[in-house]
Design a binder for this molecule. Structure first.
Ligand code: NDP
Length: 279
């Protein structure tokens, strides 16, 4: 199962912007590594790249975009900002600094990286994001690592992010949060979608589906994400794994295979807790 002109399917964000369902994650690549990985991914057919101020690789990501020779308007670029910028003016400062490092004049999606509820300024940061969208510096706005209570506080202020990027995989499917997203028209993005390439890929349900479809275990896991409407951002610096990770739109898992993968959910999965952790 391989296709020549690889392209991800897209989902539509509230407001109409199209987001490719498979993106290249870039943490923990440094600038030099990111430039190589992003160029290779875009040449393979990726049209979505995920970075952040905190990864300290936006310069490299921008370089990779220029080196790939793909038109800017074809590429969906996401970045995120840290807690020191949680204010209306701060969001603008953070955005302008990211644009400068990336060498771009707009980003497609800007996210509040962590809610940092102890600081309690994410509502103001989100108001800043909306101003950036009005000004045309970002096409879509969202959050990352927000839990139900953090989203609720935004809803109470009349605010709805277009995306919430969260830690999500078959072992940690985050069902309550995803259900809430669906009610509010928020697209879910899965970070660490492969559980960082660990034991998940050895699970029986994954191995069996991989054999049945003639694909790799990672492709099965990524298909599980996109088949239920999630967006995944696997990181790979290896061109062959990049290609395989994108090539999941030409087969479908059966209902029984999806259910067997759903059963890998851990009762109390280890998650980074956004009430305690954040930057
Ligand atoms: P992933 O689940 O994407 O796993 C990445 C690891 O899996 C790498 O070691 C990679 O190695 C390996 N891998 C990739 N493809 C395959 C494959 N086909 N088969 C076997 N192994 C594979 O985890 P990440 O934590 O990197 O998450 C992805 C992205 O999510 C990050 O890069 C970042 O952009 C974002 N993220 C966002 C966070 C947030 O707070 N919003 C937090 C953490 C991550 P190799 O490179 O050698 O292929």
């Amino acid at each position: 199962m391989t296709s020549k002109n690889l392209r991800a399917d897209t989902v539509t964000l509230a407001g109409g912007v199209q987001l490719p369902q498979m993106g290249l994650g870039t943490w923990p690549l440094n600038d030099d590594e990111a430039a190589v990985a992003v160029k290779s991914a875009l040449q393979i057919g990726y049209r979505h790249v995920d970075t952040a101020e905190n990864y300290r690789n936006e310069v490299g990501v921008g370089q990779g975009i220029r080196d790939a020779g793909v038109a800017r308007e074809e590429i969906f670029v996401t970045t995120k900002f840290n807690k020191e910028w949680h204010s209306v003016e701060g969001a603008r400062t953070a955005c302008e600094a990211s644009l400068k490092r990336l060498g771009l004049d707009y980003v497609d999606l800007l996210l509040i990286h962590w809610p940092n509820p102890a600081q309690d300024r994410y509502v103001q940061a989100f108001e800043g994001l909306l101003k950036l969208r009005d000004a045309g510096l970002v096409r879509a706005v969202g959050v990352s690592n927000f839990k139900v209570a953090h989203l609720q506080k935004l809803f109470d202020a009349g605010l709805t992010p277009q995306v919430n990027q969260i830690e999500l995989s078959p072992t940690r499917p985050r069902k309550e949060l995803v259900a809430l997203h669906r009610v509010h028209g928020i697209v879910t993005e899965s970070w660490s979608p492969l559980d960082r390439g660990g034991d998940l890929l050895k699970a029986d349900a994954i191995q069996k589906a991989a054999a049945a479809h003639g694909v790799t275990p990672a492709q099965v896991v990524l298909r599980w994400h996109v088949q239920q409407g999630l967006v995944a951002i696997p990181k790979s610096a290896d061109p062959e794994r990049q290609r395989l990770n994108l090539d999941v739109f030409g087969f479908a898992l059966s209902a029984a295979e999806m259910a067997a993968i759903d059963a890998l959910e851990q009762p109390e999965p280890k998650l980074l807790d956004a009430d305690r952790f954040g930057h």
